[in-house]
Design a protein. Structure first.
Length: 291
C-alpha cells in the first residue's frame, strides 16, 4: 500500500471536521483538492474509506486507515517538535482523547491543564462504556474507559474506581422514601439519568426488583448533579462530585447501594512523547483521586 502524507491528512481532516468543505478550510486547500486526495487514497488502498454523508463517516476499512493517519500525524508532530520546527497551530501536537463526562467534570481536566501549553487536547465526551469505540474507529488515540480488555492495537492499565451512590434532596427522600427504597416505590419515584447509554440507575433498579420509573434525561455531568439537587428525582452521583456541596444538601438513600465503576486507560501502542506525557499525567491524577 503506497499512500502519501497529504492523502492521510485529508482523511483525518475530513473525519475531524465532518465535511470536505470544512476539511479544505482546515488544510488551506480547495474542496476539490481534498476530494482528489481522498479518491487517490481509496485507489491506493483499494477500499471505500468514507461514506460521503453529513457528517462524513468512515467505513470499517476507513477506520483502519484513519488510525494510520492519526498515528502518522502524531509522529510527525513529535518529530517536528523535537527538531524545533512548527507542526500545525502553534507547533503543538494534537492529542485526541475519549473520556466519560463524570471524569471530565471532576478529576481529569486539572490533570491535563499543565500540558495545555505544549499540546492541543481534543477531548471527546461519552459514556465510559462507549469510549473504547472511539479508539476502535480511529477517532481518538487514548481513552478513559470501563473496558478492561485491550482494544486491538492498544495497551491498557487500570486507573481506579469512581464510586456512585443513590442520592436525592432531603425533601425528595422524605416525600418518596420515608420507609426506605422498596421496589414498588422505586418503580414510581422519578429518577435522573445522564443519557440513554447510562445504565447505572437501571442496574440499581434491577437489583432492587423495580420496574422502570419516570425518567428525566440530563446529558451534562454538571447539570445532572444540579437536577438532582433541584429535586427533579434521585440519581447515582459520584463521590467526587459531592466534594464542596453543603452539608445535608443531598442525602444518601441507600448505604448499601454504592456502585464502583472501574476505569482504565487505553492508548495506542505507539512510541510518542506527547501521548506518553498525557498518559503519565492521567495515571498520576487517577492514583490520587480514584479508589
Amino acid at each position: 500500500m503506497d499512500v502519501e502524507l497529504g492523502q492521510l491528512r485529508a482523511l483525518a481532516a475530513a473525519v475531524g471536521a465532518g465535511t470536505l468543505e470544512s476539511a479544505a478550510r482546515q488544510l488551506h486547500v480547495t474542496p476539490s483538492a481534498v476530494s482528489q486526495r481522498l479518491k487517490a487514497l481509496e485507489a491506493a488502498t483499494g477500499r471505500v474509506l468514507l461514506v460521503r454523508s453529513k457528517p462524513v463517516r468512515v467505513t470499517p476499512s476507513g477506520a483502519a486507515v484513519l488510525r494510520l493517519a492519526r498515528q502518522v500525524e502524531l509522529l510527525a508532530a513529535d518529530t517536528a517538535r523535537e527538531l524545533e520546527t512548527e507542526s500545525g497551530p502553534g507547533g503543538r501536537p494534537t492529542v485526541p482523547i475519549a473520556v466519560n463526562a463524570d471524569s471530565l467534570a471532576t478529576w481529569l481536566l486539572p490533570a491535563l491543564a499543565p500540558l495545555a501549553s505544549d499540546y492541543c487536547l481534543d477531548l471527546h465526551s461519552t459514556d465510559q462504556e462507549h469510549t473504547s469505540g472511539l479508539l476502535r474507529d480511529g477517532t481518538v488515540m487514548a481513552a478513559v474507559t470501563a473496558e478492561a480488555e485491550a482494544v486491538p492495537g492498544c495497551r491498557v492499565v487500570r486507573l481506579g474506581a469512581m464510586r456512585y451512590r443513590p442520592m436525592a434532596t432531603a425533601a425528595f427522600a422524605g416525600e418518596w422514601f420515608p420507609d426506605g427504597m422498596a421496589a414498588d416505590v422505586l418503580s414510581a419515584a422519578p429518577v435522573v439519568v445522564f443519557d440513554r447509554k447510562d445504565d447505572l440507575q437501571h442496574a440499581y433498579l434491577q437489583r432492587k426488583g423495580a420496574s422502570q420509573p419516570p425518567i428525566h434525561y440530563v446529558p451534562s455531568s454538571t447539570d445532572y448533579l444540579r437536577a438532582v439537587r433541584l429535586g427533579l428525582g434521585w440519581g447515582m452521583v459520584p463521590d467526587l462530585q459531592l466534594t464542596g456541596t453543603g452539608p445535608g444538601e443531598l442525602v444518601e438513600l441507600d448505604p448499601d447501594g454504592a456502585t464502583d465503576v472501574v476505569l482504565h486507560w487505553q492508548q495506542w501502542r505507539l512510541v510518542s512523547p506527547a501521548l506518553d506525557r498525557v498518559a503519565d499525567a492521567v495515571r498520576e491524577a487517577a492514583r490520587r483521586q480514584l479508589d
